[in-house]
Each structure stands twice: as C-alpha cells, then as structure tokens.
Design a protein around this ligand. Structure first.
Ligand code: DO4
Ligand code: MG
Length: 277
C-alpha cells in the first residue's frame, strides 16, 4: 500500500483503489502495525473516484526529522577515500566501513525537505555536486521500521572532500533532501532483491545511469535503525536514508536544469530538477 500526502490531505492507494484518510500525517503514520492499521481504514474511508487527488503532491513528511547513514556500501567508501586523498581524511571512511558503529548524521528538518516534482538544490559555493539515491526508512517512535520511501541525499563532494569536518555543510542546506513520492507500507521487510536505480538527464541526454540491488549494502536496516534510536527519541517517528551505492564518475557534476530520476522497485520514481536556492 502507498500513502501520499497532498494539499488536500492524506491518501491511501491500494492497488488501483484510492481512499482519503481524514487524519493528519503524523497521526496516520506513527504507529505499530501501520500496514494492518491502513488495511482497517480501507473499510470505512471515503473512496476517491477522480484522479485529481494527485495534483498537489507534497513530500510524505510532517513533523519527522530526516537522518542519514553513510558509507554503507563499498562504492560509497571507495568514492570518498578518493575524494579526500588531499585532505588526509581518507582513512576515516575505511575505518567507518569496517567499524561496528555506522556513520549516522543529521540530514534535514522537515521544512527543508522537497518532494516529487519539486526542485532540489546545489550549493553556489560548491564545485562538485551529486545526487545520492538511497532507500529511506520510516521508523516509528518506538524504533520499528514501518515503511519505505525514496530518498535523494544531495551532496557537495568538493566541500566534503576538502575536509571531512565540513560534512554538515556538504549535506545540509535548503532543498538538499528529497523524499517521495509516497510512503510504501508492506507487511514484511523490503526484499534484498529490491533494485535502486538512477538516471540523470541533461536535456534529452541521459548523462549517468546506474542500478543496484539492496543486497549490496554492508549493514542491515534494523542495525541502522537500532543505532539511530540508541540515545535519540523521535516522538513522531523519523526518516533514515540508508546510504548510497550509485556514484557518478569523478568528472561529473550536477548543473541547474539537470533532472534526477530515482526509482526503487515497488515504491515508484522520485523526480526532481536541480536548481540553485
Ligand atoms: O561520509 C559521508 C557521507 C556518506 C553518505 O552520505 C553515503 O554513503 O551515502
Ligand atoms: Mg548519502
């Protein structure tokens, strides 16, 4: 089942049927057994017959913070080892990849997040910018994974590469986090065979394309959620981006007008155009 947030409210899509839920986003999503709760709502919710409900899509978020895990795939480790050669920080990435404790960092407050169809930003003071396509977990306030969405952890490689201590500036700025188009809720954990793919388009040319199964991630999803919740509470639940595996070649940087399309099996496609703030 898929949950969408729009200007008109919260909508639930089950197969080809769509229902309007008369509750606020936080109240709908932050619960145990979200899948069964949504199933029960279908019995009483108003069925929507026109297609207009999708017109004013918002990111699937209200009062949730967005956090991110890093260096969870070998490809991310290697790319960062390379970009930090001159700063002397490359050893950090090798060590965190092998360590018991994962890298987890704060990514975004909800008001800085954009959704499907909105612009994502690159920093004007950065010379090397990339999208990071990431499976993104919705975790309820008790620390249990209840759903999934598509995330784009927009990053400045020039700023992070200059000095690892600049990570918050490389990662967190207005419109640096995109999530959507929906929250995907299933009654089992998402399959390891699930593919994440990306296409970056400039005009009608695809400049970079890549795809990877989730199984290439070094850590488990529960492990990442467990570390995030060790000493942090999230009264409305939170989102956790789980790291990237798809890294464009080193001579690639995003430009305003580029279109980033990220797809995850079962969830859909998140499309954003790149712009300056
Ligand atoms: O270590 C810096 C960030 C890593 C990251 O965002 C990723 O691996 O996806
Ligand atoms: Mg990332």
């Amino acid at each position: 089942m898929k949950l969408y947030k729009t200007i008109q409210g919260v909508f639930l899509k089950d197969g080809s049927s769509v229902y309007k839920l008369n509750r606020q986003w936080d109240d709908v999503v932050n619960r145990d057994g979200l899948y069964n709760y949504l199933l029960s709502q279908i019995k009483t919710a108003e069925k929507v017959t026109s297609d207009n409900w999708q017109a004013d899509l918002l990111p699937p978020i209200a009062n949730q913070e967005v956090w991110a895990a890093g260096v969870t795939y070998l490809q991310s480790r290697d790319a960062r080892v390379e970009e930090s050669q001159t700063s002397g920080g490359s050893d950090l990435y090798k060590r965190v990849y092998d360590a018991e404790r994962p890298e987890i960092f704060f990514k975004s407050t909800p008001q800085r997040v954009v959704g499907h169809g909105q612009d994502v930003a690159i920093r004007k003071d950065s010379t090397w910018n990339v999208p990071e396509p990431e499976l993104t977990l919705f975790i309820n306030s008790k620390g249990s994974i209840q759903g999934y969405t598509i995330g784009n952890d927009m990053s400045s490689r020039s700023i992070e590469g200059e000095n690892a201590l600049y990570l918050p500036q490389a990662k967190t700025y207005d419109k640096s986090a995109a999530i959507g188009p929906c929250l995907y809720v299933i009654d089992v954990q998402i399959s390891q065979e699930t593919n994440i793919s990306i296409v970056i388009k400039r005009g009608d040319k695809a400049l970079y394309e890549g795809s990877t199964p989730l199984s290439r991630m070094k850590r488990s999803l529960d492990e990442l959620a467990g570390f995030l919740f060790r000493e942090l509470s999230f009264p409305n639940g939170c989102y956790l981006m789980t790291g990237t595996c798809l890294v464009p070649p080193n001579d690639f940087t995003l430009q305003p007008g580029d279109v980033v399309e990220i797809s995850i099996d079962g969830i859909g496609t998140l499309i954003n155009t790149v712009a300056y703030n």
